[in-house]
Design a binder for this molecule. Structure first.
Ligand code: ZN
Length: 238
């Protein structure tokens, strides 16, 4: 929904998407979202929320989205057919406005019995870092301490450390896997570029202190060979 916001039309009923492939209309309602996630058996199910880009300049849109997110959480809770097997997370919206975040936090906490976890949404969209930290901090301070708090769309390694220090527990960002796919590993000292020529004869693991499968089993040289070979196969150069 965030990625396709330009192709989406949000109404009280749900989100109407225009297919980027053939232009056909698709309607995602809170009920349909729950049904899909029930069907695939997701361990953690995300509520359908009304998300607004954090750098949007229309205050009224954030007000509307905050209240709609609370109306939709009731529809999500009502439509969730396997609450004893799958955990539904509510999502806090409200942009960068502490008042709106407060309304959303109180509204979700009033439904705490039905929500095994919480997500902090609507961030990591290009807002100022200080504003981002203020919102995460307000949310983690207000959310029940016995439930997981998940910051959506974060982030760079430093953001993960900062958010964890602010009390967040979970993230979903593509950064680590995408970075790995491009041949860079994240190590305690920073980044390790496995494509560089020096790695071709480096027989140490990525991180000698780490006991993950990759570090236990493979050398930097092996990974270098794999990554550079894949690149050559994908981009054959004369
Ligand atoms: Zn490792």
């Amino acid at each position: 929904m965030v990625s396709l916001l330009d192709l989406a039309d949000i109404t009280e009923e749900g989100v109407a998407f225009q297919s980027p492939v053939d232009g056909s209309q698709m309607m995602l309602t809170p009920e349909r979202s729950m049904q899909i996630q029930n069907d695939i058996g997701a361990d953690i199910m995300m509520a359908l929320d009304d998300v607004v880009s954090s750098v949007c300049v229309e205050d009224a849109r954030f007000e509307e989205a905050t209240h709609r997110t609370l109306r939709w959480i009731d529809r999500c809770i009502a439509a969730h057919s396997r609450p004893s097997e799958q955990a539904l997370f509510g999502i806090v919206q409200g942009g960068l406005d502490p008042r709106l975040r407060g309304i959303c936090l109180e509204g979700l906490k009033a439904r705490d019995e039905k929500l095994p976890g919480y997500a902090i949404g609507g961030l990591a969209g290009g807002e100022e870092k200080a504003a981002f930290c203020r919102v995460v901090s307000q949310c983690t301070a207000a959310l029940p301490p016995n439930k997981p708090r998940y910051v959506m769309g974060v982030g760079y390694p430093l953001d993960l450390v900062v958010c964890s220090a602010l009390g967040a527990d979970m993230y979903d960002c593509v950064y680590p896997s995408r970075t790995a796919r491009f041949g860079t590993a994240l190590v305690p000292e920073g980044v390790l570029r496995l494509k560089t020529a020096a790695m071709a004869t480096d027989y140490r693991p990525i991180d000698s202190e780490c006991d993950c499968l990759v570090c236990k089993k493979y050398t930097r040289a092996y990974l270098h060979a794999k990554i550079t070979k894949v690149r050559k196969t994908l981009n054959p150069k004369p």
